[in-house]
Ligand binder design. Structure first.
Ligand code: SF4
Ligand code: SF4
Length: 56
């Protein structure tokens, strides 16, 4: 289980600042989550202005 960022991402960076395990980084066009490190806390989804991070 891990969160994933969808194409709705506008690359604002808010989620990366709130991730407790720092597994979110800026990708080529959108931010990306390292699924092997994500602990499913949901912080990214809570702070995202466009609802881009989704749990699997
Ligand atoms: Fe980071 Fe939590 Fe989002 Fe996983 S669910 S990417 S641990 S903020
Ligand atoms: Fe993208 Fe949402 Fe993260 Fe901003 S908070 S970088 S829009 S996923």
């Amino acid at each position: 289980m891990a969160y994933k960022i969808t194409d709705a991402c506008i690359s604002c960076g808010a989620c990366a600042a709130e991730c407790p395990v720092s597994c979110i980084s800026e990708g080529d066009s959108i931010y990306v989550i390292d699924g092997s490190t994500c602990i499913d806390c949901g912080n990214c989804a809570n702070v995202c202005p466009v609802g881009a991070p989704v749990g699997e």
